[in-house]
Design a protein around this ligand. Structure first.
Ligand code: F6P
Length: 334
């Protein structure tokens, strides 16, 4: 079915939810949606625990004072979930009934591509206008230069790696640092440059084990006593970060290797100013879109401006890594 990207009805009440992996700045986006609704005098309801909460009827009215003091908070006060039930027709039927019972006739979904897929199917089945706001630390969504949470996560990673560098230098060690990014290397590539990593392994490029070995040999020869290798969790080299470390120790016994997996700490913490501003802009734009008859679209940012991308494109499109950054990282390791 073709995606509907406009609607002609006057919106009576907007429901907002956060879904998928949480990201710092989701609260700022929620605050923006709620206050923008208040500005335009459109009633607004928060749906707890994403689509699962929609199925369970966990819906409550929100006004400007309900979102006091959350702009600086990490996580999502609405809570998030990945709902298996919403993948079924029966689940979505229950969810629609709950929206109807609450008078909600439009949705704003803050999340990643899985969340947008759910929203799109729902819009196609029930004609509920949906607008997506990209919230994920991975930055792996087509149609926006930045997703909400990405900037904060990068700053968290750089801060952690700076600390790892202190201990790496003190012991002349080689550290493998695994960062998030199931399918995307944005975090690894940017923080690798920002934290001065020797090598950066990302899912978009298959660097090969031999090249990694050669590069580490060269770096030792050039006089470097300690190094950081940044590894995206979904890297293509075919080994997990511990196997990689073992392989290097087996083949380059001169190196004393340690592994640090940063894990979910990358998803927490207070959002940066950049993420708060981005979230505030996107929330307002999402409400204005529904008001102006736009639906089935995601709000994004390109060249610093708010733009729209049809949800099906945002879901299917690839958010490519910047090859210029790969070049920068290669030269910086000399
Ligand atoms: O938010 C995106 C992400 O951080 C991925 O990089 C990671 O693979 C995934 O979420 C893990 O999330 P969870 O543990 O919530 O399933």
């Amino acid at each position: 079915m073709a995606t509907k990207t406009s609607h002609s009805k006057t919106i009576q009440k907007i429901g907002v939810l956060t879904s998928g992996g949480d990201a710092p700045g989701m609260n700022a986006a929620l605050r923006s949606v709620v206050r923008s609704c208040a500005y335009y005098k459109i009633p607004c309801c928060g749906i707890t625990r994403g689509y699962q909460g929609m199925i369970e009827g966990k819906i409550k009215p929100l006004g400007p004072r309900s979102v006091n003091n959350i702009i600086n908070k990490g996580g999502t006060v609405l809570k998030s979930a990945r709902s298996e039930e919403f993948r079924t027709k029966e689940g979505r039927k229950k969810a629609f009934a709950n929206l109807q019972n609450n008078g909600i006739d439009a949705l704003i979904v803050i999340g990643g591509d899985g969340s947008f897929t759910g929203g799109l199917i729902f819009q196609q089945e029930y004609g509920i206008p949906v607008i997506g706001i990209p919230g994920t630390i991975d930055n792996d969504i087509y149609g926006t230069s930045h997703t909400i949470g990405y900037d904060t996560a990068m700053n968290t990673v750089v801060e952690a790696v700076d600390k790892i560098r202190d201990t790496a230098i003190s012991h002349n060690r080689l550290f493998f640092v695994e960062v998030m990014g199931r399918d995307a290397g944005h975090i690894a590539l940017n923080t690798g440059i920002g934290a001065g990593a020797e090598e950066i392994l990302i899912p978009e490029e298959d660097m090969g084990l031999d090249r990694l070995l050669d590069s580490l040999k060269r770096s030792k020869k050039s006089g470097k006593l300690s190094s950081i290798v940044m590894v995206a969790e979904g890297d293509k080299i075919g080994k997990n970060v511990f196997e990689l470390a073992e392989h290097i120790e087996d083949n380059l016994p001169d190196y004393e290797v340690r592994v640090s997996v940063l894990g979910h700490m990358q998803r927490g913490g207070a959002p940066t100013c950049f993420d708060r501003v981005l979230a505030s802009r996107m929330g307002l734009k999402a409400v204005e879109a529904l008001r102006d008859g736009v639906s089935g679209n995601m709000v994004g940012m390109a060249d610093g401006k708010m733009i729209f991308t049809p949800l099906d494109k945002a879901i299917k499109g690839e958010s490519k890594i910047d090859t210029e950054l790969v070049r920068v990282s290669e030269i910086m390791r000399l």
